[in-house]
Write a protein that binds this ligand. Sequence first.
Ligand SMILES: [Zn+2]
Length: 156
Amino acid sequence: MTAITEYLAEQKRLAGAATEGPWAFAAAPAEGSDETAAEYLEGALTGDGPLFVVWVPETQGDPGGYRLTAATGDGPHASMDAEFIAAARESVPRMVAALEAVTALHQPVEIEPSDTICRECSFQLPNGRYFGMLTEWPCPTIHAVEAALGGEGGGE
Ligand SMILES: [Zn+2]
């Protein structure tokens, strides 16, 4: 397996082990409630295991800091949900950068008389003119990226 394949397999494992989505977030306890945050959290626990949390070990500018970023409870998927959330902080920016790198390569180019082709997927002569293999825009790479982002369970 390539490094890319291994990285993506690990991200799929993390997502697959976590509670199925979509997920949502909210302020708790609800506005107007007389419950404290600690009481809310205690009421949300099942009592079946330890509380799993996501935290920042070295808070920026506060070396001794302990910033709780998420609490996933103590249910059957709580540890996997916490692992997934913690990994997302690094993996989401990395995967966005990977998609940006791909889409920066595959850009539309207008050519005479009135075609739009993919710069990366079409053959360009040293003089800058496109010749021979011309790939219509959007190319199969951009189609695949758009399908993955807008397909099952992703995008809008
Ligand atoms: Zn292309």
